[in-house]
Design a protein around this ligand. Structure first.
Ligand code: FEO
Ligand code: CA
Ligand code: CA
Ligand code: CA
Length: 609
């Protein structure tokens, strides 16, 4: 048995010990103890005392007792009063969609300044069967259809306001804005002006149009929003079906056919046989100033190009800005960026995300790890610019650890712990990644054909996020103890009452509790028996306890979480309810399902987070 297997076996056997009535702290059975990580969690917080709820397959929001929810905004809701209300029969057109909240909301951040509350929300993608379900083909059929689908992507920026109890969007706010796959965006960082980014429309490689497939997000201390381009490849296609796809394109999943969006039919940028470099202009993190609706967003090439999940920004003790980032693809990697400059409250922060060093994680079986720098010296690649475009290839060259699809990274505000959801990976131990890297089981990814996922946790040496060395453990190995024993039953903090699969969204609240959102299988049968719909749970990093707090409606993913300034409201995203045709959320009976943002409050109005 490999040492990695032994670690995993140890987690499971201790779970059995626990079942027999002996109580261990989580850290006593996972190899590394983080109890002394400098945590100052507020163990007395009231909201964490809720009674955990059962799993559910209901087509609604199910919440712990003592909490209530309201609908804030849904796909197609107009942001300006000149636009008509969402029409569920036509499902809108390009023009109405440009003036309305986008589809499939994902990562989001609420910014509060000068008495104004601005909610910035990613609109990741569209479900063709829902958006075009009124077409007999169930697909975009006209040029307007294609554009309607396109402009349902991007980012929605909307002012919101709290009434007596309920939050509402402020139609016609001067800060309301939509950002689309055709909005002008400036290119910044090492790859700006590089040959790989030059196109017919932009021969100097300085600016590009749009952002799409915006998944998770991030926020900076200087008040800007970071939106992360994930599955950007699904939108490119080739009019020449005999084209040879280069290895560089293959590594990023570019194919001859797109996923049915047909964007290349209306915009040649998306035709790789005509504009091969266009693919190099997507797959980045984009910075947006929510308080300046006239500003151009910026593509941050310094943070690398891959299928960006989210961007967790930490200010290190020494003032450097550190960004932790996952690349959500089977067998891809976990990254860190460290700014060259230091943050200073009054100073100019504009180059902190433009000049810095990129690193990729390598995990060792003795529960230590290190960040490997990606530079021309370490990779043999020609320049930092090339590394920032072909970041996956650079990571392979330095021998990073292949991961089980890194989704959100979250850093604790009360300790030095950082966690990342490794959502699942059916290829683990069975198939190399797209670069041919070995994906045998390893420490943080200990199960072949990983169908449940896990959360890896690390703490930097001496609590310094700029240090190369870290220690790691697994906060939880999800599993199903109802139907399995052994590794598939999960770690000891998983039991029949709190089972879930495919952790994805992840965020610490201000008291140091960890909110976990899932994007998993909701069949509620077989390996997933008893898990119900996707859900949101609360974890205690000190004790390992995990409790189910909320369950979403049918066939949704729960993704996106942010708080009001007073912490009395949590905003939560419900993405693609009814993606297979079996939900009427939020409207109820016979209504078209629509991705939505909801608010959650405590019945007594006290803080939640
Ligand atoms: Fe958009 Fe990896 O989730
Ligand atoms: Ca996700
Ligand atoms: Ca996911
Ligand atoms: Ca999703």
């Amino acid at each position: 048995m490999s040492d990695f297997n032994k670690i995993a076996e140890k987690m499971v056997s201790r779970r059995k010990v626990l079942k027999s009535g002996v109580t261990f702290g989580l850290s006593s059975f996972i190899s590394t103890s983080f109890v002394n990580s400098g945590s100052s969690m507020n163990e007395g917080a009231d909201y964490v005392k809720f009674k955990e709820i059962s799993s559910s397959t209901s087509d609604t929001i199910t919440l712990a007792e003592g909490f209530n929810w309201n609908l804030l905004v849904s796909w197609g809701d107009p942001l300006w009063s000149t636009e008509k209300e969402f029409d569920a029969v036509t499902r809108g057109d390009q023009s109405s969609q440009r003036n309305s909240f986008g589809d499939n909301n994902d990562g989001m951040v609420l910014f509060s300044k000068d008495g104004k509350n601005i909610l910035v929300v990613n609109n990741e993608y569209t479900n063709l069967n829902i958006m075009f379900g009124n077409n007999s083909s169930g697909k975009p059929e006209t040029v307007d259809d294609i554009y309607k689908g396109m402009v349902a992507h991007g980012v929605s920026i909307v002012e919101i306001k709290k009434g007596i109890n309920k939050w509402k969007i402020v139609e016609d706010s001067v800060l309301n804005r939509r950002i689309f796959p055709d909005t002008l965006i400036n290119i910044t960082g090492p790859a700006k002006g590089h040959d790989l980014l030059k196109t017919k429309d932009d021969p100097k490689g300085l600016s590009t149009l749009g952002t799409w497939n915006n998944c998770g997000s991030g926020r900076t201390p200087w008040g800007t929003y970071l939106t992360c381009e994930e599955n950007f490849n699904f939108y490119f296609s080739s009019s020449n079906k005999n084209i040879n796809i280069s290895p560089e394109m293959k590594r990023y999943g570019i194919r001859v056919n797109d996923r049915g969006y047909n964007w290349a039919k209306v915009d040649e940028r998306f035709d790789i046989s005509k504009n091969p470099n266009e693919v190099n202009r997507a797959g980045y993190i984009v910075e947006i100033d929510p308080f300046d609706p006239h500003s151009n967003p910026k593509k941050l090439t310094a943070l690398g190009r891959f299928k960006h999940e989210n961007a967790e920004l930490v200010m290190a003790k020494n003032g450097h800005i550190v960004v932790y980032m996952g690349d959500d693809e089977r067998g891809e990697y976990l990254y860190r960026y460290v700014s060259n400059g230091k943050y200073n409250n009054d100073g100019d922060a504009s180059d902190l995300l433009q000049k810095g060093k990129l690193y990729v994680a390598r995990f060792y079986e003795n529960n230590t790890g290190e960040w490997l720098e990606l530079s021309p010296e370490t990779t043999g690649m020609s320049s930092l610019a090339e590394i920032c475009v072909y970041t996956r290839q650079a990571a392979s060259l330095v021998g990073a650890t292949t991961m089980d699809r890194p989704e959100w990274v979250a850093a604790s505000p009360v300790s030095n712990e950082v966690c990342c959801c490794l959502t699942n990976n059916r290829n683990r131990g069975r198939k190399p990644n797209a670069g041919g890297d070995n994906t045998s089981i390893n420490g943080p990814n200990p199960r072949q054909n990983n169908q449940y996922g896990q959360i890896v946790r690390w703490i930097p040496q001496e609590g310094d996020h700029t240090r190369k060395e870290f220690k790691w453990d697994l906060f939880v190995l999800a599993g199903n103890p109802i139907v399995h024993s052994g590794l598939k039953a999960g770690s000891k903090n998983i039991n029949e009452k709190n089972i879930f699969n495919s952790p994805d969204g992840l965020c610490f609240d201000s008291n140091g509790y960890l909110w976990i959102q899932t994007d998993g299988k909701y069949t509620n049968t077989g390996d997933f028996q008893g898990m119900g719909n996707n859900q949101m749970l609360l974890g205690n990093p000190n004790t390992g306890e995990i409790k189910r707090f909320m369950v979403g409606p049918k066939e949704c993913e729960v993704t996106g979480i942010t708080w009001s300034k007073d912490k009395k409201t949590i905003f939560v995203g419900i993405q693609h309810p009814g993606e297979k045709g079996n939900s009427n959320f939020p409207g109820g009976k016979n209504s078209l399902p629509r991705s939505s943002v909801i608010t959650i409050q405590k019945n007594d109005g006290s803080v939640i987070g």
